[in-house]
Design a protein around this ligand. Structure first.
Ligand SMILES: NC(=O)C1=CN([C@@H]2O[C@H](COP(=O)(O)OP(=O)(O)OC[C@H]3O[C@@H](n4cnc5c(N)ncnc54)[C@H](OP(=O)(O)O)[C@@H]3O)[C@@H](O)[C@H]2O)C=CC1
Ligand SMILES: CC(C)(CO)C(=O)C(=O)O
Length: 353
């Protein structure tokens, strides 16, 4: 396990009652959530209980044959069986919940997630983009505890879950559900975990160790917001542009006009992040080069478009524009892409019925 920056210890944090956690539920066991569930279920001792919340045909697939997980370049899948349901009320309160939901799906799932909580339950939220809890215990922006209505309509997540339970998670791991219950990873990726406060808590270390033991590459960050923005420099550009063009990441990078547009979005995201007090060490040129190395990957937004599902637009694109306005940073390219991809989403959902 690596530590990405110096840490500050602060005793005021939420703590798991059972550490390491004995009951773990993955809520939204899709591409990334399902991959983590399969690895956890295959690596823990008997007394640790892993369950998943999924729905529809994917849930049927998991119930019938477990999660079949194809690591990148594997010649056979890892098969992991676990308790699977679409009703959180079927499960007892948990020590740890890991969400694999998209940012725009969290609000609707909040009452279900709340059923899994008791004092001390921690929640790792795997998310691209700016998360709903972003300003909780934020000492760098001057907007501490600011709540973003567009990410958390009516404040349901803040009220029913509570930002104090959350551990942020940034995923550098490509994944796709390729058939019900079957998941394919596109690389041997890694995940970054961090408390919103920047502390290295006992919970954070216990959860990181648990995931590491399951064969997942984990880093702990004392500045998780910096990591969120560094990742978002890519997703704010590639995800909507890939949906608009139906192109793979490599198709976008091979097109000079599109890769220039990616660079413009990256500059805007970096400027907004800087205005909120984040330190992004990577330059736009280095970030572009890193994205080029990812190769022929279908982004999660393109996967959703092709499946006729709602797109994760607000956390990845809309919030960049909103926070640009909050901080006085111009975001013209992001605003244009936002208008285009919002219309695409509307038409795509109409066509899907
Ligand atoms: N996939 C990738 O390569 C990467 C994704 N990310 C980010 O990680 C996060 C998770 O993405 P990803 O793994 O792709 O997401 P997926 O869409 O693959 O998984 C989400 C799963 O949750 C299910 N779900 C949604 N709402 C509910 C609900 N109320 N009850 C039960 N199940 C529900 C979805 O079902 P349904 O399909 O029916 O909606 C789906 O199976 C996103 O923020 C994404 O941007 C980050 C890096 C890479
Ligand atoms: C493009 C990718 C895989 C980069 O990790 C991603 O984050 C996504 O598809 O949302």
């Amino acid at each position: 396990m690596t530590y990405l920056a110096a840490t500050v210890i602060d005793s005021e944090h939420y703590a798991m009652i059972s550490s390491p956690p004995k009951t773990i539920c993955i809520y939204g066991a899709g591409a990334l959530g399902g991959a983590i569930a399969a690895k956890l279920a295959s690596s823990q001792e008997e007394q640790v209980h892993i369950s998943v919340i999924a729905r529809g045909a994917h849930l049927d697939g998991i119930r019938a044959g477990g999660i079949r997980l194809w690591e990148a370049d594997a010649d056979r899948p890892l098969v992991a069986r676990m308790t699977a349901t679409d009703d959180a009320g079927d499960l007892p309160p948990q020590d740890l919940v890991i969400t694999g939901l998209k940012g725009h799906q969290l609000g609707a799932a909040a009452p279900g997630i709340a059923k899994l909580l008791r004092a001390g339950t921690r929640i790792v939220m795997i998310l691209n983009g700016v998360p709903w809890w972003y300003f909780h215990r934020d000492r760098q922006s001057g907007h501490a505890e600011h709540q973003m209505e567009e990410l958390d309509p009516n404040g349901d997540l803040w009220r029913l879950i509570g930002p104090e339970r959350v551990i942020g998670c940034v995923a550098y791991q490509g994944a796709e559900v390729i058939s019900p219950g079957e998941i394919k990873l596109s690389n041997n990726g890694h995940f970054i975990l961090g408390e919103p406060s920047g502390e290295t808590t006992a919970d954070l270390e216990a959860i990181a160790a648990l995931l590491q033991k399951a064969g997942i590459n984990i880093s702990i960050s004392a500045r998780i917001r910096d990591d969120i923005w560094s990742k978002l420099m890519g997703n704010a550009a590639f995800n909507p542009i890939s949906a608009l063009t139906r192109g793979l990441m490599s198709d976008i990078m091979d097109d000079p006009a599109l890769s220039a547009m990616v660079g413009q979005v990256m500059s805007e995201v970096k400027a907004v992040a800087g205005a909120l007090g984040s330190r992004i060490a990577i330059s736009v040129e280095e970030r572009l080069e890193r994205s080029r190395q990812i190769g022929p990957v279908r982004t999660s937004m393109l996967q959703d478009l092709l499946a006729g599902k709602a797109l994760e637009i607000t956390p990845l694109v809309g919030v960049v524009v909103t926070l640009g306005k909050l901080t006085g940073v111009p975001t013209p390219t992001s605003a244009t892409i936002l208008a285009l991809v919002t219309q695409l989403d509307r038409k795509n959902l109409q066509a899907a019925g």
